[in-house]
Write a protein that binds this ligand. Structure first.
Ligand code: PLP
Length: 469
């Protein structure tokens, strides 16, 4: 499989190079040159497969030529073996023909484990074979950091530096990062906000001299391997609910358009998906595009669902590419104009096509809490605020009540106790067994000023298993 850039100018790469690349050299994102397409008979024959084996069938075409079948199978078995639930991604029924797909049974209790547990192992495999070491730098407002550290902690060939805004992530989220100890794990609390952290990552990719030749790898959702891993659970959920003999709908809490883009790809690969719902919080740039053809940058609104607090959606460019007949020059022009003006609209026929593909809804904090309280009252089931947004959107946007509706459950409610409290729920949930002593564990973290040079000096001093590069 070869991968091409959404802006049409960068060289095509194979899977291994895409795994190690961040942005393409023309500023675009990598996408497969062509998607594999499965027949209904083939999909039907996968019913009942264990998660890791289904993952092998779905993802094999994407890694073909780079990862040998036997290695890939072993990696997938290990990856999904660390999840706490035997079904890996179990379904819980909420209402008539309505299910939550629980994607929070992994080590850090959020769906990002599905991709980052795999990414860490794939990196380890590829880097061992090449005899190479890399440095990862990432910025996090919470969930990505812990999932990335958990995914990479056992990689001998990786030093990972995760920056979070000092005193601006929840205590559970901070401890999930800082209590994972290892010579190759580096938590940095920046005296600034999340955007400052992200800017420093971007600037480091742009000017890598401080790394003295060591390669820098990205773990944010622009990394193709993350999208790829997320395609699998759409197939998994659908097969549990009678696909491909019947079609179904998904409602997806979305920020960077990564998770829902994976659902769009699953449909293009042959899964009968009748409806895909983009569910956002008040940071609703995607909903504004879907409902009014205005992809316009707004200010950031902090919400009760912080993992979806974004101003722009980095993976949206991948959809734009398809909407424009995969014409990289058109996408490059649109993105250049967006960079200059903060605004983007597409031609009417393209927008009509986007609306045919997706429905959308933006849900504010008040409605999020009302949904948490309502569902808890009806069923006793406690939703995290991100998943609650998905439930709300599912209920408002559903087109066909006769078809199963699956809401992606993106986080465990214990990670976001503030929302449960605001929803008036007294019994705050308990941490699962593997995290029960989280508040007693030793923490390791360095506080650094909001200063690029200081951060880069820190990385170059510790980037080789804690020793200088
Ligand atoms: C990251 C995250 C999201 C948003 O996912 P995208 O891929 O950015 O759309 C939603 N919910 C939770 C809990 C997350 O951690």
């Amino acid at each position: 499989m070869r991968y091409i850039s959404t802006r049409g100018q960068a060289p095509a790469l194979n899977f291994e190079d895409v795994l190690l690349a961040g942005l393409a050299s023309d500023g675009g994102l990598y996408v497969p040159e062509s998607l594999p397409r499965f027949t209904l008979e083939e999909i039907a024959s996968w019913a009942g497969l264990p998660y890791h084996e289904l993952a092998f069938r779905v993802m094999r075409p994407f890694v073909a030529g780079c990862i040998a079948d036997a290695d890939f199978r072993r990696i997938l078995e290990e990856t999904y073996g660390v999840f706490a639930h035997k079904a890996v991604a179990p379904l819980t029924q909420l209402g008539a023909n309505e299910w939550v797909l629980e994607l929070f049974q992994g080590p850090t209790l959020a769906f990002k484990d599905f991709a980052l547990q795999l990414l860490g192992r794939l990196l380890d495999h590829v880097l061992t074979r090449r005899g190479e070491r890399v440095v990862i730098m990432g910025a996090t407002s919470g969930d990505t950091g812990s999932a990335a550290i958990e995914g990479c902690k056992a990689c001998d060939n990786v030093d990972i530096f995760i920056m979070h805004p000092h005193n601006r992530v929840s205590e559970v989220q901070r401890r999930q990062m800082t209590t994972i100890l290892g010579d190759n794990i580096h938590n940095i609390a920046i005296e600034g906000n999340f955007d400052d952290c992200q800017e420093m990552v971007k600037a480091s990719f742009a000017d890598q001299g401080f790394l003295k030749g060591t390669r820098l790898v990205a773990v944010n959702s622009i990394n193709w391997a993350r999208i790829m891993a997320q395609i699998v659970y759409y197939f998994h959920a659908a097969l549990q609910l009678g696909a491909p003999h019947r079609s179904l709908a998904f409602s997806v809490p979305t920020g960077n358009f990564g998770d829902i883009f994976a659902g769009y790809l699953a449909r293009n690969m042959g899964l009968p998906v009748n409806q895909l719902i983009v569910a956002t919080n008040r940071n609703d740039i995607l909903h504004r595009f879907m409902s009014g053809n205005r992809y316009d940058k707004d200010t950031l609104h902090p919400s009760l669902s912080p993992s979806m607090d974004i101003m722009v959606s980095s993976n949206f460019e991948r959809l734009l590419f398809d909407l424009h007949g995969r014409n990289g020059a058109v996408v490059a022009a649109l993105m250049d104009a967006f960079k200059a003006t903060g605004r983007l609209s597409v031609e009417d026929d393209r927008w009509t096509e986007a609306r045919r593909l997706f429905d959308s809804l933006a849900v504010d904090d008040e409605t999020t809490c009302a949904t948490i309280a309502g569902v808890h009252g009806e069923t006793g089931y406690l939703l995290d605020p991100h998943t609650a947004i998905g439930v709300r959107a599912a209920r408002e946007c559903r087109r066909n009540p006769a078809l199963p509706m699956v809401i992606l459950g993106t986080a465990h409610p214990v990670k976001f106790p503030e929302a449960a409290e605001k929803a008036g729920i007294a019994a705050v949930p308990q941490l699962p067994a593997h995290l029960a002593d989280l508040f007693q564990r030793e923490e390791r973290c360095s506080v650094l000023p909001n200063d690029l040079k200081a951060v880069q000096a820190f990385v170059s001093l510790h980037g080789n298993r804690g020793k200088p590069l």
